[in-house]
Design a protein around this ligand. Structure first.
Ligand code: BDR
Ligand code: CA
Length: 310
């Protein structure tokens, strides 16, 4: 039986690559996509999710739009990283199918309620939808089979020195999510920066044909970040969070207490990670089997690419 997966995302270059993995891995069953404003506006993240769904041919998977911006703060995007539309240099055909018409928050609640213990929830954008869902129905924390995020870090930030983008974008939401009655698996920057699409990986991906030429490689090679020490290629942050559900054996995790800084003048959005705390609320990913990860991802992408007809 595949793991049933509900993905809350803000596509986004690496969100798109995460969607591709969730759709392509036969050990995962993507049962819904919810969108949130983050990397770009909600309008654009939703539009990208809809376009990807049709381009990659999973039209039956429902897409629901959610929160346009953070709980209390001004919306701040990452269009300088992901491009104005959110998918870098990739322009996909306009979608013909629409969103469900159900708000993402209700979609998340209804989906988890329908089969308690059976759906793995993954969030790869700001945590606004998840926080709103928890506020409306705290029992989702019990109903989710697991909850994994891409976000946070225990050493460094990327939106600021202290804060990773998804947490920095809506720290109040992140605090609600980490304080809820579940164990968050935090796939943060310390882990995801190990998953850089370097030239060797890109060369291998480039052999996969039209899907690689038109989507995978452009998504994985759009930006260069001079601030990342030992830059070797774009990190596929969000892909790691989806990969964790199917292949936890590729990850080392440690229990920790994670608290979210919401008021710090210089540290707002920081994940304060205490590996020695007596009452952990999270499993924090520390180390990736890099070769195993890329072997897995490339196998799944090759499978989708072989069936892709454009
Ligand atoms: C995270 O921020 C976004 O820009 C990416 O899509 C990823 O989810 C990395 O910090
Ligand atoms: Ca994202």
């Amino acid at each position: 039986m595949p793991f049933r997966l509900l993905l809350d995302c803000d596509p986004g270059l690496d969100d798109a690559l995460a969607l591709l993995l969730a759709h392509g891995d036969p050990d995962l069953e993507l049962i819904g996509v919810t969108t949130v404003g983050g990397n770009v506006t909600l309008q654009n993240t939703t539009r990208n999710a809809l376009r990807l769904r049709e381009y990659l041919k999973f039209p039956k998977v429902p897409v629901s739009a959610g929160a346009a911006g953070p709980l209390t703060r001004q919306f701040r995007d990452a269009a300088h990283v992901h491009g104005a539309g959110g998918l870098g240099s990739v322009t996909l055909p306009e979608a013909t199918l629409a969103v469900t018409g159900i708000h993402a928050v209700d979609f998340i609640i209804d989906t988890l309620r329908a089969t308690p213990g059976a759906v793995h929830l993954v969030a790869t954008g700001p945590l606004t939808n998840i926080a709103l869902a928890l506020e409306k129905e705290p029992a989702i924390a019990r109903w989710a089979a697991s909850f994994t995020i891409m976000g946070g870090s225990f050493t460094r930030g990327n939106a600021t020195v202290a804060a990773e983008f998804n947490i920095w974008a809506d720290p109040e939401a992140a605090r609600i999510v980490f304080d809820a009655d579940w164990q968050v698996t935090m796939i943060g920057l310390d882990l995801t920066l190990q998953a850089q699409a370097n030239s060797i990986v890109v060369d291998r991906l480039s052999t996969l044909g039209a899907l690689a030429d038109d989507l995978i490689v452009p998504l994985a090679t759009f930006y260069f970040n001079p601030n990342v020490p030992d830059w070797d290629g774009q990190a596929v942050h969000d892909v790691c969070a989806v990969a964790y559900v199917a292949r936890p054996d590729l990850f080392e995790t440690r229990p920790a207490r994670v608290d979210i800084e919401t008021t710090g003048e210089f540290t707002s959005g920081m994940t304060v990670v205490d590996f020695d705390a007596p009452s952990p609320n999270a499993m924090v990913a520390t180390r990736l089997d890099v070769n195993g990860f890329w072997a897995y991802v490339e196998t799944v992408y090759a499978r989708v690419a072989a069936e892709h007809t454009g």
